[in-house]
Design a protein around this ligand. Structure first.
Ligand SMILES: *Cc1c(COP(=O)(O)O)cnc(C)c1O
Length: 415
C-alpha cells in the first residue's frame, strides 16, 4: 500500500526519502520505539511522543520491585530525591544547565504559574509583564490570571504569526517598569525559534527577569540556559522527551536567583524539613522549594529511557536530523502540494525553524479527519493549519513522504 500511495509524489522525492533514510546516522533509533501497523505515519511527536519499547519493562519492574517490594521505604531510598536527580539529568542532557537548578514537578501550566509568581516577587515595585499573543494558550491565560491577581499590566507583543517574536520587538516592549518577560523558545504554531540569548540580554538590560517556555525545544535542539544567563524556564516532558501522557514538567531557576525567590504554593514537600511536620512553612534551600506536594513518581519513569536515548544520540545530531526532516516536508509541500493550494506557514530559514512545519489549506480540517482514519496522524491548528511535528529519533523520511502522499490524495479529491 505504501508503494502505491508514494506513486502520487514525484519520483525524485520518493528516491530522496529512501536515500535520506539510508544515509541517516540515527535511523536505527527508530526501532527502539513502539510501532503498530495501524499507525501509518506519526507526525505528532511534538504533542505526545511515542513510547519506547523499554518503557513497558520499566513500568512492570517498577510495580514488582520499587513499589511492590520496597513500598513506603522507597521514598527514603530514592523517590524523595527523584525530582532533583531527574531534573539534574534533564539539565545536563538537554538544557545546558549545571546541577542544582532543575526540578521535576506539576504540569507545565502550574510550574509556569509558580515560577512567574516567584520571578515577580523578586522584582518588587515593577508593574509590567511582557508576553506575546502567539504564545500557547496556557501561557497567555497564566499571565492574564497573574496580572489580574496582582494588579499588574501586560504589554502584549503581536508577532508575525508565520514567524515569531524578535529581539527588536522585545526591546520595544520592555521598560524600567518591566518585571518579567515570558516567551516560548520555539513557537507552538509556526515553529519559529526565538533568539533566546539576545532576548534574555534585552530583558536583563531593562532590569527584568526572563521566563522561557521550552515545551517545543527541549530534547530537540541545544538550549544552553546557563550560557545565556537565563533566569527561569519551564518545559514539557511528554513531547520530545516521550514521558507519556500527563508526565510532569520541569522547572529551571538559575542558582543566583534561587534563594531570593519563593513560590506561591507553599506545600509540605518544599519545606526545609518536611517530616518535622512543624507549625509553619520554611522553604527548603535550593530547588526543592519549588516542589509543593508529593512528587508524581509514576510519571517520571518513562522519560528516563528517552533521556538515555537522547544522550546516546547527542542533541546536535538530533537537531541535524530535525532540520533535514522539516526541510523535506517543505520540499514536498512546495513541489507536490502547492499546486493543490497548500502553503507553508513556518520559517523557511532552518536557523529559525524548530521541529515542526505548519501547512495551510482551506480544506485542512476535513483532510486531517480523513488522514486520522487512515492512520496518518498530524494535528490540526485552527483555522486551516496542519502541524507536522517530526520527533527525530522516531520518524523516518519515508514516513513523512507517505503522510504527504496521503494528504495529496485527499486534497486532490481522489480518495
Ligand atoms: C504543550 C505546551 C504546554 C502544555 O502545558 P500543560 O500544563 O502540560 O498542559 C504549555 N506551553 C506550551 C508552549 C506548550 O507547547
Amino acid at each position: 500500500m505504501t508503494g502505491d500511495i508514494l506513486s502520487r509524489l514525484p519520483d525524485h522525492l520518493v528516491a530522496e526519502a529512501k536515500a535520506l533514510d539510508e544515509g541517516d546516522p540515527l535511523a536505527a533509533y527508530r526501532e527502539e520505539f513502539v510501532h503498530t501497523d495501524a499507525v501509518v505515519a506519526y507526525l505528532d511527536g511534538n504533542s505526545l511522543g511515542r513510547p519506547l519499547a523499554t518503557t513497558r519493562g520499566r513500568l512492570g519492574d517498577f510495580v514488582a520491585e520499587d513499589w511492590g517490594e520496597r513500598l513506603i521505604r522507597a521514598w527514603d531510598e530514592q523517590w524523595m530525591e527523584l525530582p532533583l536527580h531527574l531534573g539534574d539529568r534533564i539539565g545536563r542532557v538537554t538544557l545546558g544547565a549545571a546541577p542544582g537548578q532543575t526540578v521535576v514537578a506539576d504540569s507545565t501550566t502550574v510550574l509556569l504559574y509558580k515560577l512567574a509568581r516567584a520571578a515577580l516577587a523578586a522584582r518588587p515595585g515593577r508593574t509590567r509583564i511582557v508576553a506575546d499573543t502567539e504564545n500557547f494558550p496556557t501561557d497567555r491565560y497564566i499571565v492574564q490570571g497573574i496580572a489580574a491577581e496582582l494588579g499588574l499590566t501586560i504589554r502584549w507583543i503581536e508577532p508575525d504569526p508565520a514567524t515569531g517574536v524578535t529581539a527588536e520587538e522585545v526591546r520595544a516592549a520592555v521598560a524600567d517598569d518591566t518585571a518579567l518577560v515570558l516567551l516560548s523558545h520555539v513557537a507552538y504554531k509556526s515553529a519559529h525559534i526565538a533568539d533566546l540569548p539576545a532576548i534574555t540580554r534585552v530583558a536583563h538590560d531593562a532590569g527584568a527577569l526572563v521566563l522561557w517556555d521550552l515545551c517545543h525545544s527541549v530534547g530537540l535542539l541545544p538550549i544552553g540556559l546557563d550560557a545565556a544567563g537565563v533566569d527561569l524556564a519551564v518545559g514539557c516532558t511528554y513531547k520530545y522527551l516521550n514521558g507519556g501522557p500527563g508526565a510532569p514538567a520541569f522547572g529551571y531557576v538559575a542558582t543566583a536567583l534561587q534563594d531570593n525567590v519563593v513560590q506561591p504554593i507553599q506545600g509540605w514537600m518544599g519545606h526545609a524539613e518536611p517530616f518535622t511536620m512543624g507549625p509553619s512553612y520554611t522553604p527548603s534551600g535550593g530547588m526543592r522549594r519549588f516542589i509543593s506536594g508529593t512528587p508524581p513518581v509514576l510519571g517520571m519513569l518513562p522519560m528516563q529511557d528517552m533521556l538515555a536515548l537522547i544522550e546516546r544520540a547527542g542533541v546536535d545530531a538530533i537537531r541535524e536530523k530535525s532540520v533535514r526532516l522539516t526541510e523535506f516536508v517543505i520540499d514536498l509541500a512546495d513541489e507536490a502540494l502547492a499546486p493543490l493550494g497548500v502553503t507553508v506557514a513556518s520559517p523557511r530559514d532552518p536557523l529559525t525553524r524548530g521541529g515542526h512545519v505548519t501547512l495551510e489549506h482551506d480544506g485542512m480540517q476535513d483532510a486531517i479527519a480523513q488522514l486520522w482514519q487512515r492512520g496518518v496522524i498530524p494535528d490540526f491548528r485552527r483555522p486551516r493549519g496542519l502541524r507536522a511535528g517530526m520527533s527525530p529519533l522516531s520518524t523516518s523520511f519515508v514516513e513523512v513522504a507517505t503522510a504527504m502522499a496521503h494528504l495529496h490524495q485527499i486534497l486532490s479529491g481522489q480518495d
